[in-house]
Design a protein around this ligand. Structure first.
Ligand SMILES: NC(=O)c1ccc[n+]([C@@H]2O[C@H](COP(=O)([O-])OP(=O)(O)OC[C@H]3O[C@@H](n4cnc5c(N)ncnc54)[C@H](OP(=O)(O)O)[C@@H]3O)[C@@H](O)[C@H]2O)c1
Length: 264
């Protein structure tokens, strides 16, 4: 007899009623994830460093009928991270999903980059995720109901690039952190930890790459079987899947969101 219940299949992608923290919530990918989670009935706590932008997005989401709240904070600051987790638990009673969508890069050759800038990249892209995972894990363990962590890494975690020593190193660290966190947290506490590894998605910073006349665009398309660069909406399916019961058997994975970049 097949052991797949109808009710499981009907609800396996549902995150309705779950409480999600979304970092980098005002960015291109973070806002897409926050809005997508909100439209699916999750209670969303938006966070990032820019309070005005958070307030604007929260108001827009509320106008759309989403349940959300916001709190400003720097994810690389441990006291801020503690406040974000506490605010979420105080506001909605628990934390079920952590979606990490913030990030920073300052592309520069190692011979031109200062050690201070290297540290800033490592703090923003790596240490911040350690702090979020640590304090959210503590909260989820206390709740005793498991949870999901969906961490935005990059395709640049798997290959180096000129000017990207800090960024590639930090993102490579994120992928291994995700694997190690899975070993610590999944079997024992039911907390699944996975990363999404995108190539180029449209954002304020990458908009210039979408010029069809540019060499960068033409070169990228040679390696993209899907035939185009990513739009934020292309990101939300995987971000939902990894937050939902459909991905209960997946942990410690680094999932490609590249339009097939590694295929050719
Ligand atoms: N878009 C792409 O093509 C692409 C490709 C590969 C990987 N990624 C990764 O995807 C994630 C989201 O990128 P995105 O395209 O959505 O970028 P984005 O639109 O520039 O948004 C980045 C977000 O991160 C926050 N942020 C910026 N600098 C920060 C810092 N120093 N410390 C902490 N937070 C900071 C910003 O919010 P506040 O200023 O309010 O804090 C912003 O909301 C990042 O991890 C990025 O590395 C993006």
């Amino acid at each position: 007899m097949v052991q797949v219940e109808k009710s499981f299949v009907h609800n396996m992608f549902s995150i309705e009623g779950k409480v999600a923290i979304v970092t980098g919530a005002t960015g291109a990918l973070g806002s897409a994830v926050a809005v997508a989670y909100g439209f699916q009935g999750a209670k969303v706590v938006l966070t990032g460093r820019n309070k005005n932008k958070l307030a604007q997005l929260a108001q827009w989401m509320k106008d759309q009928g989403c349940e959300c709240a916001y709190i400003a904070g720097d994810p690389a600051n441990e006291e801020d991270v503690k406040k974000i987790v506490k605010f979420t638990a105080d506001t909605y009673g628990e934390v079920n999903i952590l979606a990490v969508c913030h990030g920073f890069n300052a592309p520069k050759s190692i011979v031109e980059q200062s050690v201070e800038e290297w540290k800033k990249i490592m703090d923003a892209d790596c240490t911040s995720i350690y702090l979020l995972a640590k304090h959210v894990a503590e909260q989820m363990i206390a709740q005793g109901k498991g949870g999901k962590m969906v961490i935005t890494s990059s395709a640049r975690s798997k290959a180096g690039m000129a000017g990207y020593t800090g960024y590639c190193t930090a993102k490579g660290g994120v992928d291994l952190m995700v694997q190690s966190l899975a070993c610590d947290l999944t079997a024992k506490y039911g907390i699944n930890v996975n990363s999404i590894n995108p190539t180029v998605f449209r954002s304020e910073l990458t908009e210039w790459m979408f010029d069809p006349e540019s060499e960068v665009y033409k070169n990228f398309l040679k390696r993209l079987p899907v035939g185009r660069l990513g739009e934020p909406r292309d990101f939300v399916g995987l971000a939902t899947f990894l937050a939902s019961p459909a991905s209960d058997f997946l942990t410690g994975g680094n999932y490609d969101a590249t339009g097939g970049y590694w295929a050719c």
